[in-house]
Design a protein around this ligand. Sequence first.
Ligand code: FAD
Length: 273
Amino acid sequence: MIPAELDYRRAESLEDALAALAEPEAKALAGGQSLVSVLKLRLVRPRLLVDIGGLELRGVEELDGQLHIGALTTWNDLGQSEGFQRPALAGLADCALGVGDLQVRNRGTVGGSLAHADPASDLPAVLLALRASFVLRSAGGERTVAASEFFLGPFLTALAAGELLTEVVVPLPPTGSGSAYESFEHPASGFALAGAAALVRPDGERSVAACGISAQPVLVEVREEPDAALADIDVFGDDFASEEYRRHLAAVLIGRALERADERRTEDERWQA
Ligand SMILES: Cc1cc2nc3c(=O)[nH]c(=O)nc-3n(C[C@H](O)[C@H](O)[C@H](O)COP(=O)(O)OP(=O)(O)OC[C@H]3O[C@@H](n4cnc5c(N)ncnc54)[C@H](O)[C@@H]3O)c2cc1C
């Protein structure tokens, strides 16, 4: 398939990119791993493609008790980032190193994955559990949106026309926390039929989120039994997995993620020592 005719512009700076994205029917191109296929299928038909791949929005930095992840950080950057060896943040590495294949992990970016908002994508669950927020910039200014308010439905986010996601901000969990991500992958596509992320804090407080099971990634209120925690969630079924099977998978994965995050709590204390 061949994409519909469009103009292409490579942005030289963030300001340049935001000015171009303010034009009608403009769309950002980062690593192209999701966008190129939907362009070829003509599911989206922008008039202008703004290539943001050369912008300085790549890298991970720890600052004032927060982790700042640039939108153009690739899966490989994320998975190999030294800070994510820390057990409290290991859920991010679990997720990043399990995405796609080497090519996808070398080209695909964090910002592209979040903006694309495929309900089966892995990262949103981890960022929900870690209580992350996203910095959105446009020619008109900047705003910060909590991960819990960003995902609005399948392939639908709080990003407005002309806005670029520039950064993910993760509050650093206290010493003695552990995090983990567990997924069950479709054998052909590798995408999650269900995924679960957990963060367990030193005082035992737990934060859990799931992906692949409903229209958008969801925070799950943890009760004694993971099955009970899923009772209020509108889980979908499709040709690959029935609603009942997905619900069961999610409950098992939540249990595993919690167990692994809990084990990592003591490792985190040793890591920090
Ligand atoms: C073979 C294959 C296997 C995959 N397996 C997995 C998997 O197992 N798990 C998983 O979670 N994902 C998987 N993916 C999806 C992959 O993670 C995403 O395609 C990739 O991360 C998207 O990033 P990108 O930079 O390529 O985005 P692009 O394809 O360039 O863009 C995607 C969308 O996001 C928009 N966009 C990009 N950057 C920004 C930004 N900074 N601000 C605002 N909008 C932006 C674009 O306009 C476009 O709409 C797979 C993809 C492929 C091709």
